[in-house]
Design a protein around this ligand. Sequence first.
Ligand code: MG
Length: 370
Amino acid sequence: MEISKLGEFGLIDHVTKDIKLKNSSSIVGVGDDCAVMHYPDTEILITTDMLMEGIHFDLTYITMQELGYKAAMQNISDVFAMNGTPRQMTVSLALGKRFQVEDITAFYKGLRVACDKWNVDIVGGDTTSSFTGLAISITCIGDARKEDIVYRDGAKETDLICVTGNLGAAYMGLQLLEREKTVYYHQIDDINRKIMEAKQAGNDALVKHLQKQGAQAADFQPDFAGKEYLLERQLKPEARGDIIALLREHNIRPTAMMDISDGLSSELLHICNKSHCGCRIYENKIPIDYQTAVMAEELNMNVTTAAMNGGEDYELLFTCSIGDYEKLQDLEDTGIRQIGYITKEAYGARLISRDQQEFEITAQGWNPLQ
Ligand SMILES: [Mg+2]
């Protein structure tokens, strides 16, 4: 259905009509000039993200529903990274002409599945048109007690450095999708070129044959068997609210924390810079999934580089007092790994390789402004 059939207000109504508010801090959601929230005695956390088609996502391999889910999770993850609880979200879209009501409905479906998972209310937003691609702007609001908020600047010398889950898988998923896309377009280009040549030569039978081949190539479904995990990590990331709850339950309060969106190197340097400290992390302690390692080998890439510099894992990186060492050991089977420790600033930020060499950590994280 054409969006113009519903109009802007009709569209907003269509995708938000059955939203029920779940948080007591959400007083009024969609439907008036402003949403109304009530936070009597906590600190309020606000994070905002803008995603542009062609820069942050590629609709040739992510569906609108996956995109909605991922966009929501990215923002929810930032609230968890402050040790907060996400509560509300506003969502704004600028849509090119090619989008239909069904696309927006699918996007909102993904958004709402992610929000329901973490009990977040969608309380507002805007839709407008765009001359080119799709632009998404999401703001997430959360809360935390003042004494619970974890900043980037709290790491101290001798603190332990921990990460959750495993790293580099989302990046490998992206490499896999990019590779299949390139193969796909090469095939189509090749056939189109041959069709042109056959037409010029007046060979109608060959043109027909090639057109049939072209249609088959266009229908081609890449085989991702055995690599599903990498795709899932790239297309359907999960915010680690479970870890935040677990740390709280075990009375572990991180001294500094971030979510890993741009790569471990870049996030580690943020913590070191803000906390005025250095760090040592061990290559052999960085958690890497088997499929990530296999894919890296297939692509002739260094798997540690992928884990250090590939982004979008949305795992948590945090530092803890050394006094929490034993409590953290108990949590090893939940996927929290100690990968190193914080040092004096003068010692710099270094990775210690498997053969005991030290390498300066540099921020090669993903930077859209480069
Ligand atoms: Mg972040």
